[in-house]
Design a protein around this ligand. Sequence first.
Ligand code: URA
Length: 212
Amino acid sequence: MENILKSIRSYFEMEKESGVSEYLFSSKPKDVRLSLVKNQVSGCRKCPLGEMRTNSVFGSGRIDAKLMFVGEAPGHDEDIQGMPFVGEAGVLLTKIIEAMGIEREDVYICNILKCRPPQNRNPLPGEISACIDYLYSQIEMVRPKVICGLGKFASQTLLKIETPISKLRGSWHEYRGIKFMPTYHPAYLLRNPRDKKLVWEDVKKIMEALNG
Ligand code: URA
């Protein structure tokens, strides 16, 4: 009996790790499940960032998107508007998406953290672990063909790896059977415009994978 309970527990732990955490309403359509998770996020107090935010920033785009971008955390503009990537880095991300021949509305965009860290500091490990199940659920519901990890935090967190982004970017990885391409964060590109050509190389690989 003890062994049976142990294996049931490790099965559910494995499922939870991979984003399956919503058994109670798993018979509901995906869009309903996604909005239930969005509601949970808007009332979330799992870490201190929940008390500091103006708005939580869940995600935007199509639930049936073929391409998902995962960034780091909301900044000032995102916190005010409750939408991901609407500030300066967002303008650049939108240009990248449009250069791929895709409308921004047709991809899904979200972040590792759903609330803005003070002064846009890096996410803390405790904040990431408090928030990560929301992202796992989003990925599970959208099930895109390709995920593009924007920067170190998105890529290292989802791939569970500590390799620097400069080494990770540009080659294919896998997240739960989904092709995963790490690349530089648009905010980094604003500071280092010479590396835009590297991101363009990564993005071309994504276009090939989407069209292939
Ligand atoms: N940077 C991010 O990582 N995410 C946003 O939503 C905005 C800026």
